[in-house]
Ligand binder design. Sequence first.
Ligand code: NCD
Length: 305
Amino acid sequence: MQHLLSSQELTREQILHLLVRAEQFLPVVLNRQRLNLAQGKILATLFYEASTRTRFSFEAAMLRLGGEVISNADMEATSSAKKGETLLDTGRMVSSYADIIAMRHPQKGSVLELAKGSSVPVVNAGDGAGDHPTQGLLDLLTIRLEKGRLEHLTIGMIGDLKNGRVPHSQCVYLNHFPNLNFIFVAPQALQMPQDMVDSLKAKGHPVLQTEDLETALPQMDVICQTRIQQERFASEAEYLKYKGVYVLNAEWMKRAKEDAILLHPLPRVDEIALEVDQDPRAKYFLQPVYGVAMRMAILAELLHL
Ligand code: NCD
């Protein structure tokens, strides 16, 4: 691995290797320890779009590996981007300060552009509605640890499957594993892009697309709830048409399987009621813990540690 720019570029073997490494790093995260594996190495986090978890998660991962961090959480407003510097030049320049770069940007393809200028590994921390390769990997880790397997499962995805980059990355990774059923619950206008559905079907995975949560929810082993991606809509009015369309509350959770797991990349707005946090099937506050372990694995791989 030279960079991690897209979920498409990982093979099944590389995915499995990262899962194993992340599991090995997990006790370090749980016991709040610090290794000295990345001693002397510097991570730069360049965020051109809002984030809480992903940036802190990368930074915590680097610190737990024993490395150091330099960070700009608001590149759009406070970096030379404001003076018109190109991503290519920024990549060239930051790679003379840091040994590895994690970057988030609202435009699809922007991380690749910065990587072209960079002489050090670049990790995509989310680019527009396109892809979120590290979140997809931590979701896979969550499924493997909480369900014990990545096959023979019915995977449900609910919400904004068109604009959500997380469901896209999840599908790309899960497509490497056999005997999975996919159920996509979304308003028609926010359904999973057709090319993604086609690529799942081409691998032999049955895909059901529906607006009807009531019949779909009881079938799911893994329930991936997502936020309606307000920032990707053309207008407030357009967003308001879909806001609150699927809200999982305790009443809904009664219909879900007893051994189902409920994932959400967070932040949540209103799509999971607070009362569900108490439900043992809710794993969304555990995902950030697994996320640090996964990002430790990704950083360690890219730094050849
Ligand atoms: C997601 C993202 O930024 O795509 N959040 C995250 O990274 N944990 C999901 C979202 O914003 O809805």
